[in-house]
Design a protein around this ligand. Structure first.
Ligand code: AMP
Length: 115
């Protein structure tokens, strides 16, 4: 059986997290090591390792990630000022957790240089 990711353990309440929003398909948590005043993670409950592993059947779920981002931005009061969504993939993308997720960064005007 596939090993449970740290995010699946959070979804299963096996380890604690600061949960911002949750639906049947998605969980949204505060990042434990924030890189901006607002740094949250939008995570599908289905454990998909990377963007490269998205199957055709997962495409509606990817839309739900964006829909959750929109809703949470309003909830956090950052929608009008703006924010950034980022999905890191594999080594060059800087991915460290092998359970696909989308970062939402905001709360200040962000720079635009990847390193
Ligand atoms: P990535 O590097 O794109 O795979 O992003 C993984 C993110 O997960 C990083 O920003 C980490 O700070 C964050 N992270 C790792 N463990 C936890 C945790 N237990 N709770 C919340 N965020 C976490």
């Amino acid at each position: 059986m596939e090993q449970h990711s740290i995010f699946t353990k959070i979804i299963n309440r096996e380890i604690p997290a600061s949960i911002v929003f949750e639906t049947d398909d998605i969980i949204v948590i505060n990042d434990i090591s924030p890189k901006a005043p607002v740094h949250i993670l939008i995570i599908p409950k289905k454990q998909i390792a990377t963007i490269n592993d998205i199957a055709d059947e997962d495409i509606p779920l990817m839309g739900k990630i964006i829909a959750a981002a929109k809703q949470v931005a309003i909830q956090l009061g950052i929608a009008d000022d703006g924010y950034r969504l980022v999905m890191n993939c594999n080594d060059f993308g800087g991915q460290t957790v092998w359970h696909l997720h989308c970062h939402m960064l905001g709360g200040k005007k962000l720079g635009w240089t990847p390193d």
